[in-house]
Design a protein around this ligand. Structure first.
Ligand SMILES: [Cu+2]
Length: 368
């Protein structure tokens, strides 16, 4: 396929294409730019990072969205003074091996099965992605309904009976396990976790050679971020904090771009673990869905979970809805790997933490 045939500009984080691409449809072009950037951390410290920017070069780490099967050309401009690369692990053909300083690289591929993916710079792995070059890619599924007719974030051909049953259990039926609305596409939050080692960032800024094996041994994270933020900044970030009424299930797309393991832990509701990845980065849809209050996110893990927005199970039915505690009820999410709660080696709780909010016991549609 001649890549130079594909003309036209797309926006990163753009709306979903209205049609599924065919061989006759030109690829939609998504532009990303790699820029050296100074980033201010939660305690005021400035570190050097490389960042992928999207549309107009203003949006850092843009969420790239596509429709399953859609033909895409990712076009990456490298504005840094050293070579970079691009990859979407688990997606065949989604790779640009090397982009020279000032150069542009392209890869054309079909958007993968519905689900959550991580794009990154694979050079000197894990060095370049740990200095900041990573972001989330979301594929919206084609033909995603369960046999019972419920929408899901996964390809219908990959759905397992267990995951289909979760989405079939969300709905207006009085007997539904998660009584309320069905899950709706777009009702989601992305939680992109990573870690920052200022010493590694300084090496990158000074253009010292980065050796992946050595970085793996010496990486000493001192800052921990969710969607690029830490502590108070993350806990009040609208793009990070799930909000809704009882009966409004929400998808959590959780991704670990770093090297340290995380164990996100959530109060108020259990989450249902729907998907993960195998050792080669290929998507796994769970065939046994487990309710969790804590889930494991190893390096490069991608897990989709459903936050059901049900009445908290610890509250007896006779005491629900609460009469003395006013809504919204706020619940914490914090990582159970304790170092990730700190910043700069000890500043607690300025690491990976956020909140979610239960706005009320019934949805506004029911309140008339
Ligand atoms: Cu806790």
């Amino acid at each position: 396929m001649n890549r130079r045939m594909f003309l036209g500009y797309g926006a990163a984080a753009a709306a979903i294409a209205p049609t599924i691409a065919t061989a006759q449809t030109p690829a939609r072009v998504i532009d990303l730019t790699i820029e050296p950037t100074d980033v201010e951390l939660i305690d005021g410290r400035i570190v050097f990072q490389w960042i992928f920017y999207g549309d107009q070069q203003t949006v850092p780490r843009p969420v790239v969205r596509a429709r399953e099967g859609e033909l895409l050309t990712i076009r990456v401009r490298n504005n840094a003074p050293e070579a970079h690369a691009f990859a979407l692990p688990g997606v065949p053909g989604a790779e640009i091996p090397a982009i020279p300083p000032g150069g542009v690289g392209m890869a054309t591929f079909a958007a993968p099965a519905g689900g959550t993916y991580l794009y990154l710079d694979p050079l000197h792995a894990p060095a370049h992605r740990l200095v900041g070059l990573h972001g989330v890619f979301v594929s919206e599924p084609a033909g995603n309904a369960t046999p019972g007719g419920a929408a899901t974030p996964f390809a219908r051909t990959r759905l397992t009976p267990a995951v289909a049953a979760v989405f079939d259990a969300c709905g207006p039926d009085a007997a539904a396990r998660f009584h309320g609305d069905p899950w709706r596409p777009g009702r989601e939050k992305i939680w992109l976790f990573t870690q920052i080692d200022p010493a590694l960032c300084a090496q990158a800024e000074l253009r010292q050679p980065l050796d992946g094996a050595r970085v793996r041994q010496t990486f000493a994270p001192r800052y921990f971020t969710i969607n690029g933020l830490s502590g108070f900044d993350a806990s009040e970030d609208a793009a990070t904090k799930p909000k809704g009424y009882v009966g409004q299930p929400l998808l959590l797309r959780t991704v670990n771009a770093g090297m340290a393991t995380h164990a996100p832990h959530i109060h108020g509701n259990h989450v249902l673990e729907l998907s993960g990845v195998d050792a080669n980065g290929r998507q796994i849809i769970q065939d046994n869905v487990i309710e969790r209050d804590t889930w494991l996110l190893r390096a490069l893990d991608r897990k989709d979970l459903l936050l059901p927005f049900e009445p908290p199970q610890d509250i007896p039915a006779a005491a629900w809805p609460p009469r003395e505690e006013p809504f919204p009820l706020r619940y914490a999410m914090h990582c159970h790997i304790e170092m990730s709660q700190t910043a700069g080696g000890g500043n607690y709780p300025q690491g990976i933490t956020t909140h979610w909010e239960l706005l009320g016991p019934t949805r506004p549609t029911q309140q008339g």
